[in-house]
Design a binder for this molecule. Structure first.
Ligand code: OOG
Ligand code: MG
Length: 258
């Protein structure tokens, strides 16, 4: 069966625009594969760029055991960060979202472009300007936040908003794998982890992302923001919820649902 990738991208974007949950694609398209899913994701990106957004970074998802267990999907996935998703204050307007959740992130800011089939964590550090904390707002477009790996890939890995921390650290001044992260909701700790919970090393995750992009002739660009993934599970963001990520070596990051 031929799959109309553009159709499914429009289908997902319609969920975003109307703020409604949609039925997963895998329940409607027979043998919907990971390769198919990245082609839908590509169409979705093109639709956003055509609507005036710009590409400002990329992300990994499901790079920790905590996240894989929460979502029941055991493989990492890759997505895009576009200009409209970067928050400029701590406030997250809930009226723009479907059923948002929040999670702490390890964030890389690239100093230089980097691409290639054999890129290592050390190469990533060489190309990194700074490493810092962040909070990602994820908002699966699917009913009940339930999906298969191909579904979540098509849906740009649930990316919705991101709040990026201030005062990044030089990449070799601190080992991100050793940085501890404590995530709390309304003052109560819901998860504690270190950078090593991201497949052993956040920089190694970014290297995986670079190798993935190389397969379609792409690379990370200078100035881009890269989310390496959440080391703890995600929590619902409701009206008045205050989420805070505290790190042993990065500035804390807070968001509030408004
Ligand atoms: C998929 C996105 C996962 C992360 O950091 O693991 C992700 C989801 O859980 O909806 O962004
Ligand atoms: Mg994330």
């Amino acid at each position: 069966m031929t799959i109309d990738y553009r159709h499914w991208a429009e289908y997902l974007l319609d969920g975003v625009t109307r703020r409604v949950e949609v039925q997963s694609i895998s329940t409607q398209v027979e043998s919907f594969s990971v390769d198919d899913a990245y082609l839908v994701q590509e169409q979705l990106l093109q639709l956003k760029l055509a609507a005036g957004e710009t590409l400002v970074g990329a992300k990994l998802g499901l790079t920790s055991v905590a996240k894989q267990q929460q979502m029941g999907v055991n493989e990492p996935c890759y997505g895009w960060i576009t200009s409209g998703s970067v928050l400029t204050t701590n406030e997250v307007p809930l009226g723009e979202l479907i059923h948002p959740r929040i999670e702490p992130e390890f964030v890389f800011t690239m100093a230089e472009a980097i691409g290639g089939a054999d890129v290592t964590a050390a190469d990533v550090l060489d190309a990194t300007e700074s490493v810092r904390g962040g909070i990602e707002v994820i908002d699966s477009r699917y009913e009940a936040f339930k999906f298969t790996l191909p579904d979540v890939i098509a849906d740009n890995t649930s990316a919705a908003r991101a709040r990026i921390g201030v005062n990044g650290m030089a990449p070799r001044s601190t080992d991100a794998a050793k940085v501890a992260c404590s995530f709390s909701i309304n003052g109560e700790v819901t998860g504690s982890a270190t950078g090593a919970d991201l497949l052993g090393d956040p920089a190694g995750c970014v290297a995986m992302l670079v190798r993935h992009l190389h397969k379609t002739g792409r690379r990370l660009e200078a100035g881009w923001t890269i989310l390496a993934g959440a080391p703890t599970d995600a929590r619902p963001l409701a009206l008045g919820t205050i989420g805070e990520a505290i790190y042993s070596a990065f500035a804390p990051v807070t968001v509030t649902g408004v």
